[in-house]
Design a protein. Sequence first.
Length: 204
Amino acid sequence: MQGKEALTIVNLSEDDFTTLSGLAAQAQKGDTEAYSDLLRQLYPFVLMVVRTKLGAAVDADDVTQECLLAVHKSLATYHPSRRLKPWIRAIIRYKIADYFRKLSRTNEREFVEELHSVTNDDLSANRSKEGQERDEVDLDALLVGLPESLRRPLVLTRLQGLSCSEAALQEGLSEAALRKRVSRAYKWLACEISRQREGERAEG
């Protein structure tokens, strides 16, 4: 699939999806050529939708492959009497949501590690699952107390994965101003963690 053909297939019409539905029905019966044609023609459409949702994320190709793998695994459950487009879009929505859930968990773990580094309290490599959960709860509590003007830049860049330029555009700030707020947020959190530790020592 090259050039003009690929561009045409991206903008799939209802008639195109009717044709693809037929290919799906043939693929269910074991037609390997129909199966290959189905995935080949779906790929640019799925990639377009994923890129629209993820923006400039470098993982768009990976998420697209995950969507097509889900199509492969779920093909037996598709009934040709149903419209194919909503079925495909439901798979895409699920995989994109799954991507953001995984990204959020990864970013949160990295952020907790950054916080411990900033406060000179290195995480133990063998920390228990319960300990990790306590870190996450503590993080939520800390972020609630963080002033809004500092919390949003920090959340956008460290937890949602936006670049500083993307976050600055969203917040209506210069990139330098946004970076300064992120730095101030870290200092605020470090002071708050130190204050909590002093309170714990005093109680102990």
